[in-house]
Design a protein around this ligand. Structure first.
Ligand SMILES: [Zn+2]
Length: 184
């Protein structure tokens, strides 16, 4: 999904329809995301919220050169927070301590743009694939119904963590806490 060529010069923009409404006309906004090089070969990432109906646009540009290991932490407080858009790089690990759940890197070969809910759904799919002989079925079913009730909007709070050794992942929320890790 998120392809780069060897020198990361350019890539085709990726787009993703969000649940966020356009502030101008109320249509669902699109999230458009790409990497490019601007003057003097500085690689940047450009993220844009775009309304296809009224052409409202809001962009953010970030330099890519100074990426360091990072942990992104979001306290998911309610059902709306499940719609938070995120970019998970291929190197990133996801942890939800309250569910004792994690998704390791390597399960995706390229990065993905998804939402917190998308990750929970992926987690459920992953649990469905577990070999039932190797796990405590009762515990497994508990965890699965716990995740389902969160997806269905029980409003439960939990902590959503992306641990990214290359620091490329993003969580698109003003409440995200970014912990920089040094010495790794
Ligand atoms: Zn609009």
């Amino acid at each position: 999904m998120f392809m780069t060529n060897d020198n990361m010069d350019e890539e085709a923009p990726r787009e993703f329809q969000t649940e966020t409404s356009c502030p101008s006309c109320g249509e669902k906004l699109y999230f458009i995301f790409y990497r490019t090089r601007v003057s003097y070969e500085e690689a940047v990432e450009i993220e844009t919220f775009f309304c296809k109906k009224c052409l409202y646009k809001s962009s953010q540009i970030r330099p890519l050169e100074s990426e360091t290991p990072k942990k992104l932490v979001l306290e998911v407080r309610n059902h709306d927070d499940l719609r938070t858009i995120l970019y998970r790089s291929p190197e990133a690990k996801i942890e939800i301590p309250e569910l004792e759940a994690e998704i390791n890197p390597g399960e995706i070969s390229t990065g993905e743009i998804t939402t917190v809910e998308g990750i929970l759904t992926r987690l459920l799919e992953k649990l469905d694939l577990l070999d039932e002989e190797d796990v405590n079925i009762e515990r497994l079913n508990q965890v699965k119904s716990h995740i389902k009730s969160i997806i269905n909007g029980n409003g439960e709070k939990f902590t959503f963590v992306i641990d990214d050794p290359l620091g490329k992942s993003r969580i698109n929320s003003s409440r995200v806490i970014v912990l920089h890790k040094s010495g790794e």
